[in-house]
Ligand binder design. Structure first.
Ligand SMILES: [Fe+2]
Ligand SMILES: [Fe+2]
Length: 376
């Protein structure tokens, strides 16, 4: 616990480290939570954001010497902290008439905010734990900086939710949510991808709303540009970590990379199709949006992955659609307690996933130096 005489940080956006961010005024308020929002964040399905744990000692043993130059540049950039103070409401925050919002849109948007908040916070918890357990200064410095950013992101989304009369009890989640163990290399693939796809998602929405401001139905989208730049840097860090060991991106691991790419893309596609009103309000065609995000993510991931998925393959889109239909059927079957229909839907979903996974990948020869700047 912090000493009461310490000057408290008023808002997580202004905190310079994760500990202060989590003690900030807006985090304390979040304890006055709505049970239902926390229940939504507690869900553990294939499609909902999870909390992860890993072999922290193995992660701590990484030697970043092979990428030292790029590493130091990235850390210096993150330490300079261009987004300090950014993730809080200011005069650009327009008033939102939550009660007047079309109920279906409201429900989907709140679901979007809760799952985004959970995902941000899940990153925060994993990174903070790595920082706490490690002794390797390179690694602990990086994870401290990333945890700081994710705490700010989650805190800001919770601020937006609080206006709608709900908030996720993040302290409770930390203790009560189930943690999934991933060995470090799977953490690299999954986290690298989720950071980069997060960047691609936020920047695609931001650019779209820049061109069509009439679709900006909530002010939080105005913050997406700086937001996605944070995620971009986090992704860069994982690209460098993977670069320290060529084995991580060759041999049998090529199949793991392909698996994670397919799983992450497919999950995004299915989840986004569960929010039709949300995408309609944004004026975004969900299929277009998916492909656009996959294209950007694939282009970026060429910095380190030995392959990209062939998202223009004739089996790609039909495969995603089959997976999405199977998933929708499964949800309905579970709700109506129709066991055999549910079983059938599971088999169809698995077949659709295997169909996607077996589409031949496009080989790629990553460059020697990985560092990229946000270009979209
Ligand atoms: Fe984030
Ligand atoms: Fe991130």
């Amino acid at each position: 616990m912090k000493d009461v005489h310490d000057a408290p940080v008023v808002h997580s956006a202004d905190a310079t480290n994760v500990e202060d961010a989590l003690e900030a005024g807006n985090y304390r308020q979040a304890v006055i939570d709505s049970e239902s929002a926390t229940a939504v964040a507690m869900r553990n399905t294939l499609l909902t954001p999870r909390f992860y744990t890993t072999d922290f000692d193995k992660l701590d043993a990484i030697d970043v010497s092979p990428v030292r130059k790029d590493w130091d540049k990235l850390i210096a950039q993150m330490k300079s902290d261009p987004n300090r103070g950014h993730f809080k409401k200011n005069e650009d925050w327009d008033h939102i008439d939550w009660d007047g919002m079309e109920p279906k849109l409201k429900a989907e948007f709140i679901d979007f905010l809760i799952s985004s908040c959970t995902a941000e916070f899940s990153g925060c918890v994993l990174y903070k734990e790595m920082k706490r357990r490690g002794n390797n200064e390179d690694i602990t410095t990086l994870f401290q900086l990333m945890a700081r950013d994710e705490a700010r992101h989650a805190g800001f989304i919770n601020d937006a939710l609080r206006e709608a009369g709900i908030a996720v009890n993040l302290g409770f989640l930390t203790q009560a949510k189930k943690y999934t163990y991933f060995q470090p290399k799977f953490i690299y693939y999954a986290t690298y991808l989720s950071e980069k796809i997060g960047y691609a998602r936020y920047i695609t929405i931001f650019r779209h709303l820049e061109a069509h401001p009439e679709h900006r139905f909530h002010p939080i989208f105005k913050w997406f540009k700086e937001w996605c730049n944070d995620e971009f840097s986090h992704g860069e860090a994982f690209a460098l970590l993977m670069k320290t060991d060529p084995k991580l991106t060759s041999g049998i691991n090529r199949y793991w990379i392909k698996f994670f790419l397919t799983a992450v893309y497919a999950t995004m596609y299915v989840r986004d199709h569960q929010r039709p009103a949300f995408h309609e309000a944004l004026g975004v065609d969900t299929d277009w949006y998916g492909q656009e995000v996959f294209r950007k993510t694939s282009e970026i991931s060429k910095q380190v992955f030995p392959l990209t998925l062939d998202i223009d393959h004739p089996r790609w889109m039909p495969g995603l659609k089959a997976l999405q239909r199977a998933n929708a059927d499964l949800a309905e079957a579970v709700e109506k307690k129709q066991f055999f229909r549910g079983l059938g839907a599971r088999v169809r979903a698995a077949a659709a996933f295997i169909g996607l996974f077996t589409i031949p990948a496009v080989p790629n020869d990553p460059p020697v130096s990985t560092r990229l700047e946000p270009a979209y």
